[in-house]
Write a protein that binds this ligand. Structure first.
Ligand SMILES: Cc1cc2nc3c(=O)[nH]c(=O)nc-3n(C[C@H](O)[C@H](O)[C@H](O)COP(=O)(O)OP(=O)(O)OC[C@H]3O[C@@H](n4cnc5c(N)ncnc54)[C@H](O)[C@@H]3O)c2cc1C
Ligand code: FES
Length: 345
């Protein structure tokens, strides 16, 4: 099917396959279309149907709330024939890079529990993929409607294996399936890499990474990329990792390995929201600082006076990310251009 997308009076044409949504087809063709979640919740990919027949893959998607009749979510809209859509934003062509989004096949090779409700997932790709530190893939599995976004934990150029960290959501269809039996060996479909919360070593600013729970995933990739480039020889990095209790902490060994490589430049603070910091527990992890409270509040207190020349990243549950964004804008006085985030909605 042929899609004509008009943005601020400029028309762009691209092919959309049967069963493919308009957002993914447009991104695949090289257009920098507006999106955030890629999975129907945020509403950022809003457009207006100008002509043609379309169908929604998920008519109940939360992203439709507040849209007018005739508006569509490009990430949920399947073309039933040639069609035209209008986007109320300038749409440029993405620079030619090795990390253009594409459809990919993969096999779930290994799942390992990290805590009672968090697991790592390793996927072997049919072909190598290049991506930027902090990006995510949208994963689709047999028998489950719709895709789910998961951020890569590893950062390797032309990776053949991707690592993810998944938190089990009670009643969640995809995450409960991932925590069930017989997952290893399953073939899944991926679309990506996606996401704007990315890091590149030519940034030239100090890093503040604020993660809630599995929001640590993309931060691990960012810190790994920065470590490989010896970024913390020249710049400071501050990671704030929020978990409920000491029992919920994971990636402690991986974080210790990262700090060991740059002890002067990378500082890790663990924020416990639901219990006081047990001195014995803190003594087990002398490489980390500890704080009691929500991670955005612990970060605000620790970063007082250190927000100059900073790029901040936030990822995790939507209320945690919203509170963090308010803190960064109001207390940190950061400009929105210096903040990147992923809401795990
Ligand atoms: C950018 C981004 C990165 C993320 N990274 C991670 C990560 O690294 N680790 C992690 O644990 N979680 C991550 N998440 C959250 C993750 O994508 C899932 O929302 C979470 O695992 C819960 O999925 P579920 O199926 O268990 O829950 P459900 O409540 O069943 O589904 C949750 C989400 O799945 C999609 N969905 C549900 N039903 C349908 C349907 N019928 N059709 C189409 N789509 C549907 C929607 O996006 C919905 O919000 C991320 C989210 C985003 C947006
Ligand atoms: S990108 Fe389509 S709703 Fe978020």
């Amino acid at each position: 099917m042929n899609v004509v997308l008009t943005a601020r009076g400029e028309a762009h044409a691209f092919e959309c396959s049967v069963g493919e949504n308009i957002l993914y087809a447009g991104l695949r063709s090289g257009l920098a279309l507006p999106y955030e979640c890629g999975t129907g919740t945020c509403g950022t990919c809003k457009a207006r149907l100008a002509f043609g027949e379309t169908a929604s893959a998920w008519p109940e998607a939360p992203g439709y709330v507040g849209l007018k009749p005739g508006d569509i979510l490009m990430c949920q809209t399947l073309a039933a024939g040639d069609c035209g859509v209008e986007v109320n934003a300038a749409v440029a062509r993405m620079p030619e890079t090795s990390s253009a989004p594409a459809h990919l096949g993969a096999v779930i090779r290994r799942r390992a529990m990290l805590t009672h409700d968090v697991a790592t997932l390793d996927l072997d790709l049919d072909e190598p993929v290049d991506f930027e530190a902090g990006q995510f893939m949208v994963m689709t599995a047999p028998g489950i409607t719709g895709g789910r976004a998961y951020s890569m934990v590893n950062y390797d150029r032309w990776a053949t294996r991707l690592h993810f960290v998944i938190k089990e959501k009670p009643g969640g269809r995809f995450s409960e399936w991932l925590f069930g039996d017989g997952v290893e060996g399953t073939r899944v479909h991926l679309f990506g890499p996606l996401g704007h919360a990315t890091f590149s070593p030519d940034l030239g600013k100090n890093l503040v990474c604020i993660a809630g729970g599995s929001g640590i995933a993309g931060m691990m990739a960012i810190l790994s990329c920065a470590g490989q480039a010896r970024y913390f020889d020249e710049h400071q990095g501050y990671l704030f990792f929020g978990v409920r209790t000491g029992r919920d902490l994971f990636f402690a060994d991986e974080l210790k390995a990262l700090t060991a490589k740059c002890p002067e430049g990378l500082h890790v603070t663990i924020a416990l929201s639901d219990e006081d910091v047990d001195p014995a527990f803190a003594a087990e992890h002398p490489e980390f600082a500890f704080g009691k409270g929500f991670v955005h509040a612990v970060a605000a207190a620790s970063m007082k006076g250190k927000f100059g020349a900073v790029r901040a990243y936030a990822a995790g549950p939507p209320p945690m990310v919203s509170a963090t964004l308010r803190m960064l804008l109001i207390e940190g006085k950061l400009k929105s251009a210096d903040i990147r985030y992923d809401k795990f909605s």
